[in-house]
Design a protein around this ligand. Sequence first.
Ligand code: ZN
Length: 159
Amino acid sequence: MLTIDAAVLEAIVAHARRDHPDEACGIVAGPIDSDQAVRHIPMENAARSMTFYEFDSSEYLRVYREMDDRDEDFVVIYHSHTATEAYPSRTDADIASWPQAHYLLLSTREPDVTEVRSYRIVDGAVSEEPVTVVNMDSTAVQSYKFGQSPASVEYECRR
Ligand SMILES: [Zn+2]
Protein backbone atom coordinates (compact mmCIF):
# COMPACT_ATOMS: atom_id res chain seq x y z
CA MET A 1 0.00 0.00 0.00
CA LEU A 2 1.12 3.52 -0.77
CA THR A 3 0.52 6.11 1.93
CA ILE A 4 0.93 9.65 0.67
CA ASP A 5 0.25 13.07 2.08
CA ALA A 6 -2.35 15.09 0.18
CA ALA A 7 0.04 18.04 -0.17
CA VAL A 8 2.63 15.84 -1.92
CA LEU A 9 -0.02 14.30 -4.15
CA GLU A 10 -1.37 17.74 -5.03
CA ALA A 11 2.13 18.88 -6.04
CA ILE A 12 2.51 15.80 -8.27
CA VAL A 13 -0.87 16.38 -9.90
CA ALA A 14 -0.02 20.06 -10.46
CA HIS A 15 3.24 19.01 -12.16
CA ALA A 16 1.39 16.56 -14.41
CA ARG A 17 -1.17 19.22 -15.34
CA ARG A 18 1.56 21.77 -16.05
CA ASP A 19 3.43 19.46 -18.46
CA HIS A 20 0.30 18.17 -20.20
CA PRO A 21 0.12 17.12 -23.07
CA ASP A 22 3.69 15.88 -22.54
CA GLU A 23 4.25 13.21 -19.91
CA ALA A 24 5.54 14.47 -16.58
CA CYS A 25 7.84 12.44 -14.35
CA GLY A 26 9.47 12.68 -10.97
CA ILE A 27 10.42 11.17 -7.67
CA VAL A 28 9.32 11.36 -4.07
CA ALA A 29 12.22 10.62 -1.77
CA GLY A 30 12.09 9.55 1.84
CA PRO A 31 14.40 8.24 4.54
CA ILE A 32 15.84 4.79 3.69
CA ASP A 33 13.55 1.93 4.79
CA SER A 34 10.91 4.37 6.05
CA ASP A 35 8.45 3.95 3.14
CA GLN A 36 7.54 7.59 3.78
CA ALA A 37 7.07 9.75 0.69
CA VAL A 38 8.39 13.05 2.01
CA ARG A 39 10.38 15.07 -0.52
CA HIS A 40 8.84 15.75 -3.92
CA ILE A 41 11.38 16.12 -6.73
CA PRO A 42 9.79 17.04 -10.07
CA MET A 43 12.08 15.85 -12.86
CA GLU A 44 12.57 16.93 -16.44
CA ASN A 45 11.13 14.57 -19.04
CA ALA A 46 14.19 14.46 -21.30
CA ALA A 47 12.10 12.82 -24.03
CA ARG A 48 9.54 15.69 -23.97
CA SER A 49 7.10 13.20 -25.33
CA MET A 50 3.36 12.64 -25.17
CA THR A 51 3.90 8.88 -25.01
CA PHE A 52 7.18 8.30 -23.22
CA TYR A 53 9.23 9.60 -20.33
CA GLU A 54 12.90 9.46 -19.60
CA PHE A 55 14.79 11.10 -16.76
CA ASP A 56 17.47 13.52 -17.87
CA SER A 57 20.66 11.60 -17.09
CA SER A 58 22.63 14.49 -15.59
CA GLU A 59 19.68 15.67 -13.49
CA TYR A 60 19.10 12.09 -12.37
CA LEU A 61 22.73 11.71 -11.34
CA ARG A 62 22.61 14.96 -9.37
CA VAL A 63 19.38 13.95 -7.60
CA TYR A 64 20.72 10.47 -6.92
CA ARG A 65 23.86 11.86 -5.25
CA GLU A 66 21.82 14.34 -3.24
CA MET A 67 19.53 11.56 -2.02
CA ASP A 68 22.55 9.44 -1.16
CA ASP A 69 23.99 12.30 0.91
CA ARG A 70 20.69 12.65 2.76
CA ASP A 71 20.27 8.88 3.32
CA GLU A 72 17.14 8.86 1.21
CA ASP A 73 15.60 6.25 -1.00
CA PHE A 74 13.19 6.30 -3.95
CA VAL A 75 9.82 5.90 -2.26
CA VAL A 76 7.67 6.95 -5.22
CA ILE A 77 8.58 7.10 -8.90
CA TYR A 78 5.78 8.76 -10.84
CA HIS A 79 4.86 9.71 -14.35
CA SER A 80 1.76 10.75 -16.18
CA HIS A 81 -0.09 9.41 -19.17
CA THR A 82 -1.79 12.19 -21.05
CA ALA A 83 -4.07 10.32 -23.45
CA THR A 84 -4.42 6.85 -21.94
CA GLU A 85 -5.30 5.24 -18.61
CA ALA A 86 -3.03 5.34 -15.57
CA TYR A 87 -1.63 1.85 -16.11
CA PRO A 88 2.04 1.02 -16.79
CA SER A 89 2.86 0.38 -20.43
CA ARG A 90 5.02 -2.58 -21.47
CA THR A 91 7.96 -0.18 -21.67
CA ASP A 92 7.18 1.28 -18.22
CA ALA A 93 7.25 -2.22 -16.73
CA ASP A 94 10.44 -3.17 -18.57
CA ILE A 95 12.42 -0.13 -17.39
CA ALA A 96 11.16 -0.21 -13.78
CA SER A 97 14.24 -1.14 -11.80
CA TRP A 98 13.39 -0.29 -8.17
CA PRO A 99 11.41 -3.17 -6.61
CA GLN A 100 11.02 -1.28 -3.32
CA ALA A 101 9.48 1.78 -4.99
CA HIS A 102 5.84 2.64 -5.48
CA TYR A 103 5.25 3.36 -9.14
CA LEU A 104 2.60 6.06 -9.22
CA LEU A 105 0.77 6.57 -12.50
CA LEU A 106 -1.45 9.52 -13.26
CA SER A 107 -3.68 10.18 -16.20
CA THR A 108 -4.51 13.71 -17.28
CA ARG A 109 -6.59 12.62 -20.27
CA GLU A 110 -9.68 14.17 -18.70
CA PRO A 111 -9.40 17.89 -17.91
CA ASP A 112 -11.33 17.85 -14.64
CA VAL A 113 -10.51 14.45 -13.17
CA THR A 114 -7.03 13.07 -12.55
CA GLU A 115 -6.62 9.32 -12.36
CA VAL A 116 -4.13 8.26 -9.69
CA ARG A 117 -3.02 4.63 -9.31
CA SER A 118 -0.08 2.93 -7.67
CA TYR A 119 1.83 -0.24 -8.55
CA ARG A 120 4.67 -2.45 -7.52
CA ILE A 121 6.77 -3.56 -10.46
CA VAL A 122 9.16 -6.44 -9.81
CA ASP A 123 11.04 -8.08 -12.69
CA GLY A 124 8.59 -6.56 -15.13
CA ALA A 125 5.55 -7.95 -13.28
CA VAL A 126 2.97 -5.29 -12.42
CA SER A 127 0.66 -5.47 -9.41
CA GLU A 128 -1.66 -2.69 -8.35
CA GLU A 129 -1.76 -1.63 -4.72
CA PRO A 130 -4.14 0.47 -2.62
CA VAL A 131 -3.48 4.16 -2.06
CA THR A 132 -4.12 5.92 1.22
CA VAL A 133 -4.13 9.70 1.12
CA VAL A 134 -3.64 11.41 4.45
CA ASN A 135 -4.55 14.99 5.34
CA MET A 136 -6.89 15.14 2.37
CA ASP A 137 -9.11 18.13 1.84
CA SER A 138 -12.59 16.73 1.19
CA THR A 139 -13.03 18.94 -1.91
CA ALA A 140 -10.00 17.36 -3.62
CA VAL A 141 -11.49 13.86 -3.38
CA GLN A 142 -13.91 14.76 -6.15
CA SER A 143 -11.15 15.62 -8.62
CA TYR A 144 -9.16 12.40 -8.21
CA LYS A 145 -10.09 9.00 -9.51
CA PHE A 146 -8.19 6.26 -7.71
CA GLY A 147 -7.81 2.74 -9.03
CA GLN A 148 -10.39 0.65 -10.78
CA SER A 149 -12.30 -0.27 -7.69
CA PRO A 150 -13.26 2.43 -5.21
CA ALA A 151 -12.68 -0.07 -2.40
CA SER A 152 -8.93 0.16 -2.99
CA VAL A 153 -8.75 3.75 -1.77
CA GLU A 154 -8.93 5.21 1.66
CA TYR A 155 -9.15 8.83 2.59
CA GLU A 156 -8.20 10.37 5.84
CA CYS A 157 -9.67 13.82 5.62
CA ARG A 158 -8.55 16.91 7.48
CA ARG A 159 -12.06 17.61 8.68
ZN1 ZN B 1 4.01 5.30 -19.04
